[in-house]
Write a protein that binds this ligand. Structure first.
Ligand SMILES: [Zn+2]
Length: 452
């Protein structure tokens, strides 16, 4: 009888050139033939505010169906490949593998949901091991099992997107990615359902990363067809040895759903809170913009950091009294700053009216009056006239921002950030059938086997 096996892998990244998606692509390529796939490999981004995370805090789940002995073979391939490719010499790389046979429990789904916004412990992950259907393999300090398990439990049952990833020849790791940049502009224009290929505002190609990792390009989009179409139009100027399409929670804001009062906020969480601007925006060294927000329970600083560029100019228009809902990551207290929300999204709920207050003029000589003291009216310092009953002149100044939702430009986006172009878009329930999934994977695997 055929059985289902979920494989979760996390934290195999290092700055020196490994990458969890690269490992997953290698494993998928090696296990194909033994089993059939229930889904494209899933790339699950977890709480981006975890302090000891590797780049992007991404974990991967591979979901397969097959005979018991073939699944056993897949487990062994997974372990062998991980041990071969993970960068164990890097102390910040602490890989974890999770195997789960059969159904995903409600308890595991809840654990996965919490891993999107909260900080979980290794002990919390290990509680699942009491269940005989789950195997957890720890390497280094073992932290990787948290993400490995969280990836398995996130079935991407709500909104999701796709990412096509291509990989470089190892001899090119660490060098600048060679690509015909014009082909990126061409691919972007021809595929309206891909996004974040280029940041036009800052004229920056986002498709090719800059690090030492094996990824050559990443194309993000709404459908498999569209990310593949964009890939066909790209012109790499160096050899590509593997490619894969992942189904992912990237660009869905899946991490932003927990609402808290200000005095409940804890460091490293991804949160939503609301309040009133209590201290007006100000720039601090490094061109970061800070303002304070308060509710009935407390007050907290909010930051639009330098990389968020023009987003700072918008936030700089806020005035004390404006009502906001803010979302983002909570940065811990440090020597230089108190607990601070790193803003990822701001909804302006209500804007106060902005009045310019000026003293009235003298009826005798036309000069601007000065205050004669509290509740004592005004006095003219030019002709000495005194006015008991004149009032301050209030003129309404138009606000330069409007009610609505604001996010930083694509160049400063986190992987989970839902970009402007995706507003209102929801891909729930549109994934490929099992037959389509296996047909697509067969093609990609054929490419990988021929080129790797
Ligand atoms: Zn006067």
């Amino acid at each position: 009888m055929k059985k289902v096996l979920h494989i979760g892998i996390d934290d195999t990244d290092s700055l020196k050139g490994s990458c969890t998606t690269h490992l997953a692509t290698t494993i998928v390529t090696e296990i194909a033939g033994y089993v059939s796939f229930l889904d494209l490999p899933n790339l699950i981004r977890l709480n981006p505010n975890i302090p000891y995370k590797t780049r992007g805090n991404g974990a991967v789940a591979i979901r397969i169906i097959g005979e018991q002995k073939d699944l056993q073979e897949c487990k062994e391939i997974t372990i062998k490949t991980t041990e071969k490719l993970a960068r164990f010499e890097d102390e910040n790389t602490n890989p974890g593998i999770a195997f789960l046979m059969g159904e995903i429990s409600g308890k595991l789904k809840a654990f996965s949901k919490q891993a999107l916004w909260d900080v979980l412990s290794i002990a919390q992950a290990e509680m699942f091991q009491e269940n005989a259907k789950i195997d957890l393999l720890k390497y280094g300090n073992g932290r990787g099992i948290i993400g490995a398990l969280a990836a398995i439990g996130n079935l991407l049952e709500e909104d999701f997107t796709y990412e096509h990833l291509s990989y470089r020849h190892p001899k090119n790791y660490g060098t600048k990615r060679a690509i015909d940049e014009q082909s990126v502009y061409k691919a972007d224009k021809a595929t309206p359902l891909t996004f974040n290929n280029i940041d036009y505002e800052y004229n920056s190609v986002l498709i090719t990363p800059r690090g030492a990792d094996p990824v050559f390009s990443g194309i993000r989009g709404e459908t498999v067809k569209e990310v593949l179409a964009a890939w066909e139009l790209l012109e790499p100027l160096e050899p590509i040895v593997m490619q894969m399409v992942f189904r992912t929670n990237q660009h869905t804001n899946q991490h932003l759903f927990k609402r808290f009062k200000i005095n409940q906020l804890k460091a490293h969480q991804a949160i939503i809170t609301s309040g009133v601007v209590s201290r007006k925006p100000r720039y601090i060294p490094g061109r970061h913009l800070i303002f304070s927000l308060k509710d009935e329970t407390g007050e907290i600083d909010c930051a639009a950091y330098e990389p968020t560029k023009r987003f700072r100019n918008i936030m700089n228009q806020l005035l004390v009294g404006d009502e906001l809902e803010v979302s983002g990551g909570v940065r811990p207290t440090a020597d230089k700053h108190p607990l601070t929300i790193n803003l990822e999204r701001v909804r302006i709920i209500k804007l106060i009216e902005d009045f310019k207050k000026e003293n009235p003029f003298c009826d005798q000589c036309g000069a601007r009056l000065k205050s004669a003291g509290k509740n004592k009216g005004f006095k003219c310092f030019k002709c000495s006239a005194v006015y008991r009953n004149k009032k301050v002149i209030q003129t309404e100044r138009p606000r330069k921002i409007t009610i609505g939702e604001y996010i930083p430009p694509a160049i400063a986006h986190r992987h989970l950030t839902k970009p402007q172009v995706r507003m209102g878009r929801d891909n729930t329930g549109t994934q490929l059938s099992e037959r389509e999934t296996n047909a697509l994977l067969a093609k990609l695997i054929e490419f990988n086997r021929a080129n790797n």
